[in-house]
Design a protein around this ligand. Sequence first.
Ligand code: NAD
Ligand code: GLY
Length: 376
Amino acid sequence: MTAVTETSALTQLEVSLGERSYPILIGGGLLQQAGTHIAQTLPGARCVVICDETVATIHLKTLEDSLGAVGVGFDTLLVPAGEKTKCFSQFERLCDEVLSLRLERGDAVVALGGGVVGDLSGFVSGVVRRGMQFVQIPTTLLAQVDSSVGGKTGINSRHGKNLLGVFHQPTLVLADTDALDTLPQRDFRAGYAEVAKYGLINDEPFFKWLENNWEDVFKGGEARIHAVAHSCRAKAAVVAADERESGNRALLNLGHTFGHALEGAVAYEGSRLVHGEGVSIGMTLAYEFSAQLGLCAIEDAERVEAHLEKVGLPTQIKQVPGQLPPLETFMDLIAQDKKVTRGQLTFILARGIGQSFIDKTIEPETLASYLKEKLA
Ligand code: NAD
Ligand code: GLY
């Protein structure tokens, strides 16, 4: 991955994947310029814009105007907002509609929205006609720093989170940081958990920077753009080195084994828990569990929890409202985790801040006794 240019107006990065390399543009005002960028990247392509109903009321017209202004032909398909939309019935409906529109392989699915729309649309674009062009226009912090980059697409199953999907890289990512101004505070905070994740994985100076500057990141302006660009750069480097998660890409799952199980446990009910909140709780538990196993200092686990708490994120399972299922359900959900290899659990644990590592030694009994304590 190489940073191509960085100015206060626009940052351009590249995800280096040989012939599947693609640019990520980051900055204010990109939504207005989206038509121009798409027409330059995919000359002659028609588009189907997929967007959720909430984002459609705020940002869709700007995108449609920008496509219209440069003569890009497009249709628009709407889906309900929220995690439950990442499901088979929406996937089937969208595939059917894209085929009805007679779009070809060289045409583009354009995802306008958060990670839900990005993951679902990406999956559609990855399978219709065995793969169409795909453009990501992420409008949440989470999608700008994580889900729009790297080509993981998919939907949830009743067996667990993100269990159906394909790797399908986008052709172009346009992250308009101005779009984040309309994001509700709860969703901004949820995305912040994924920003903090990059510090915790392997970048202690970035975590320290966030501890000192998180309020400015929330306010907007240069600090926010820096946080988005720094996170994207980190993600692009990991993806370029391990596109299909045969190795270190698994580190990006810090906190996700617990987080995904929690999302499954609340049946993807966003009023109780959204993805980034699950990641926040999961990262806190991953550090606490690491400390209990004698791998890292308890002070590091406390530091992680203190920072996430300070920004207003939940850090403990008991903060999830409503009744949770019994331990056995959590253990079943965790057993379906995509990182399980030959039946062995794979956990992302830590030796300190910025010192995460992949562990394949955790016995289910050890995990169960830790979780039992957390669920009590
Ligand atoms: P989301 O897509 O549900 O968006 C959150 C909410 O914000 C929604 O209600 C949406 O309508 C609203 N919204 C979006 N942009 C807005 C804007 N600019 N202004 C106002 N409202 C806006 O959730 P998310 O947090 O973006 O994404 C979570 C999903 O991402 C999860 O399904 C998770 O599994 C997935 N994810 C995928 C990857 C990957 O690599 N593919 C990585 C991380 C997370
Ligand atoms: N968000 C995890 C990954 O992209 O690998």
